[in-house]
Design a protein around this ligand. Structure first.
Ligand code: 5GP
Length: 181
């Protein structure tokens, strides 16, 4: 059972659902009558974005980017590399970057600057989880879900070594999982 690898649940799915609803409502109010392009950052943001988009009452198009991230380690490499760019032209569009977690801030700092350079109407950032203790570079977060302590989390789209994304809760992985490697 994959649950045996979990030390404890940090945020249960019921709280994630309520928070996603609240974020969707705020986005709907802020963008009343406007079209939105949600840019999900693969792969971690897929579950969050799928739920969030259904809570937004506006015309929403979606696209995805993939950037290099942790790989199988639990520490940031510091480097940001684009593995998949957008398919859509975002010039003149209202863009919201949807990310699972902000840690050092390097990924979002880089992506915000990159997408802003493509002349969109605006670029906003929506993040489910924020680890403020770990910030190296400043990031402006417009829509934030939960602030969490400096612990490595999995579930609800977040992985460790490609696993645990399908857990419905945000969980703290048992340290034995990465200590055994
Ligand atoms: P940043 O560039 O802000 O340091 O890192 C953002 C990325 O690091 C996230 O998209 C995510 O892939 C990864 N990351 C940071 N903290 C965690 C964590 O606690 N769990 C998992 N699974 N990934 C994390």
């Amino acid at each position: 059972m994959i649950r045996d690898d979990i030390e404890r649940v940090l945020i249960p799915s019921i709280e994630i659902k309520a928070k996603t609803k609240e974020l969707g409502r705020r986005i709907s109010e802020d963008f009343k009558g406007k079209d939105i392009v949600l840019v999900g950052i693969l792969k971690g943001a897929v579950v969050f974005m799928a739920d969030l988009m259904r809570e937004i009452d506006a015309h929403v198009d979606i696209d995805f980017m993939e950037v290099s991230s942790y790989g199988s380690s639990t520490k940031s490499s510091g480097a940001v590399r684009i593995l998949k760019d957008l398919d859509l032209d975002i010039e003149g569009k209202n863009v919201i970057i949807v990310e699972d977690i902000v840690d050092s801030g390097l990924t979002l700092n880089y992506l915000t600057k990159l997408l802003s350079s493509r002349c969109p109407a605006c670029v906003k950032v929506c993040v489910l989880l924020d680890k403020p203790e770990r910030r190296d570079v400043k990031v402006k977060i417009d829509y934030e879900g939960f602030r969490i302590p400096n612990e490595f989390v999995v579930g609800y789209g977040l992985d460790y070594d490609g696993k645990y994304r399908n857990l419905p809760d945000i969980c703290i992985l048992s340290p034995r999982i990465y200590k055994d490697l």
